[in-house]
Ligand binder design. Structure first.
Ligand SMILES: C[S@@+](CC[C@H](N)C(=O)[O-])C[C@H]1O[C@@H](n2cnc3c(N)ncnc32)[C@H](O)[C@@H]1O
Length: 255
């Protein structure tokens, strides 16, 4: 439900990071121009767009269960093949692609083992399956600040460092090995995003995107106001523009 939203709401919250993460994930996976590439859990198209620019949009396919996101992705990369659907049941025959990527998605799959197995199935032998997830425990400052603020007000808060299973290189490596992928390697990918002011940081949470947005909408007005002020305090009460760093863990393997 938290991804049944507009591209604008997503971009203000996460797209500003995802756009910058995309070229790093593509470089890490080693995807080359002319290769056939699949973007699993494409959202409104941060990774799909960069894949289209670097590899040629006619070689790019993408899929997401969110209809508004798939529609936004189609609008953004019209020459790519965009489908509505889930990783666990990909609508392509075996060996269709040279590379399958997913950016910030495996934690949202209802069955990540099935999703990665599907990514492997649709990639030709010797092809690449790669992904990345946020370092929810520390390196993703925008989310870490939010959840630390929320935890300080309520110890029962559903902190993503606790609720997201794949948030370190060991967990991702194990997931890739269980899918039978070979030559598995992990690395850290670090990006930055800029904010005009504190409201530019806070307002996207109130649009309900992702777990942080859903949590914000679940709070009554007083608790929401307290969380807002605690986030502001933890960001150093910024007076004007600021930049936050975000670290993702990436994993790649050979089919
Ligand atoms: C944090 S967003 C990432 C979107 C995009 N990859 C990006 O980098 O901006 C997570 C995405 O996973 C999608 N998703 C959720 N469950 C999924 C599943 N079972 N299979 C594929 N994608 C899924 C959501 O709809 C959402 O678009």
């Amino acid at each position: 439900m938290t991804f049944e939203t507009s591209r604008e709401a997503y971009d203000a919250f996460m797209g500003r990071y995802a756009d910058r993460l995309a070229p790093l994930l593509i470089g890490f996976a080693g995807a080359q121009r002319g290769e056939r590439v699949l973007d699993v859990g494409c959202g409104p198209g941060s990774l799909t767009e960069v894949l289209g620019e670097l590899l040629g949009a006619e070689h790019v396919a993408a899929i997401d269960p969110s209809e508004p996101f798939a529609a936004a992705c189609s609008e953004r990369v019209p020459a790519a093949n965009i489908q509505v659907g889930a990783a666990e049941s990909l609508p392509w025959p075996a060996d269709t692609f040279d590379v399958a990527l997913s950016q910030l998605v495996v934690n949202f799959m209802s069955d990540a083992d099935a999703g990665v197995a599907e990514m492997r199935r649709v990639v030709r032998p010797g092809g690449t399956v790669a992904s990345c997830t946020w370092d929810y425990s520390g390196g993703m400052t925008m989310l870490r600040t939010f959840w630390d603020a929320a935890l300080s007000l309520d110890s029962e808060t559903p902190d993503e460092a606790r609720t997201m299973r794949y948030n370190d290189p060991d967990a991702l490596r194990e997931l890739w090995l269980r899918a039978g992928l070979e030559a598995v390697a992990t690395d850290a990918l670090v990006v930055e995003a800029s904010y005009r002011d504190f409201d530019d940081y806070w307002e996207p949470f109130t649009a309900g995107v992702g777990p942080g947005g859903a949590y914000t909408l679940s709070l009554d007005p007083d608790r929401r106001a307290a969380l807002r002020e605690e986030c502001r305090r933890r960001l150093g009460d910024p007076d004007g523009a600021f930049t936050l760093s975000a670290k993702a863990w990436a994993v790649t393997g050979r089919a």
